[in-house]
Design a protein around this ligand. Structure first.
Ligand code: R5P
Length: 301
């Protein structure tokens, strides 16, 4: 890459940030974080590495503990002369509380996006959970660029699964599932889901029995408690279908979700590396590098 940019990350995102720097033929600079005994933190950069445009790689998994260090990193970079700071957050947190579900609740999708917009000049993310918010521009006041995992997920399914039947667990998933299925010309069905609580989900499957000869592939943007997929697996089993492969773009896996999903009968559990996890089998780094290369800001930094 001709333009001078530096990629920064904290230690836990080193692998993806370094690979990205390598793909972009640019410099990677690690950021240190120090926790004081009272749990406050400070961040430390290599001052000489600061360029006009800085890219910070940080997936927003467990956002409550990472957000303060991230905002401090942005301020520290600016104090050292950075003019533009782009956040690459392959997993974007706080997109699901996108309305007031109960009286007196806050709409955290709005509040969190306002916070990030104050500290960064641009955002790159992968398949954010857009439902009642239709595009990131509705809540982010900075340019926000979305990468779709569908092309790399489609490649993975084509290369690894024979005779797949793609299954989306709810109407929200139709946007991703339809796109995915059309890319590799495979059949798909969309289920109906009712969520009664964080861990209480009911899924129904219209006319699934006719797909006995296909390999079920469950696909969702997020696997969190795993309940959505677990309920779906039970229905597939009851209908006599084969054990499914479960694919999530973002493997959040709260508590014992990963183990629960295996126990429920998932044959394989596959995720992208938007959140580092042992289920990562689909790499997004090349797609992120291409997105960065195409940014208008890269043409004049
Ligand atoms: C929700 O609307 C998302 O698309 C996912 O279906 C949901 O986040 C999955 O959550 P869980 O794994 O907790 O059922």
């Amino acid at each position: 890459m001709a333009k001078s940019i530096t990629i920064f990350s904290f230690a836990d995102q080193t692998l993806q940030a370094r690979t990205l720097a390598h793909l972009l033929s640019t410099h990677y600079s690690p950021v240190e974080i120090h926790r004081f005994p009272d749990q406050e933190c400070s961040v430390r950069i290599k001052a000489a590495d600061v360029t006009n445009t800085c890219i910070v790689v940080h997936s927003l998994y467990h956002p409550d503990s990472v957000s303060i260090p991230l905002l401090f990193l942005s301020e520290t970079l600016r104090d050292h002369g950075a003019e533009r700071i782009i956040l690459v957050a392959p997993y974007l947190a706080y997109m699901r509380q996108d309305k007031r579900f109960n009286e007196g609740e806050g709409v955290t999708a709005k509040y969190y996006s306002r916070l990030i917009s104050q500290y960064f000049d641009g955002l790159i993310t992968v398949d954010p959970h857009l439902h009642r918010i239709h595009s990131l521009e509705e809540v982010y006041s900075i340019p926000a660029y979305v990468i779709h995992a569908a092309p790399v997920v489609a490649d993975w399914i084509r290369d690894n699964i024979e005779k797949p039947l793609l299954i989306g667990p709810d109407s929200e998933s139709e946007q991703w599932v339809r796109d995915l299925a059309e890319r590799i010309n495979i059949p798909f069905v969309i289920l109906e889901k009712v969520r009664r609580g964080d861990r209480d989900v009911e899924v129904s499957v219209p006319d699934i029995e006719r797909w006995q000869d296909n390999k079920p592939v469950l696909f969702d943007d997020i696997i969190s408690t795993g309940r959505t997929m677990i309920q779906t697996i039970h229905i597939l089993k009851d209908s006599g279908l084969a054990a499914p492969v479960c694919i999530g773009v973002h493997g959040v896996f709260s508590d014992t979700a990963y183990a629960d999903l295996s126990t429920a009968g998932a044959e394989r559990i596959i995720t992208t590396n938007s959140i580092t996890h042992k289920s990562n089998a689909i790499d997004l780094t090349q797609s992120i590098a291409l997105m960065i290369q195409g940014l208008p800001v890269m043409q004049d930094s």
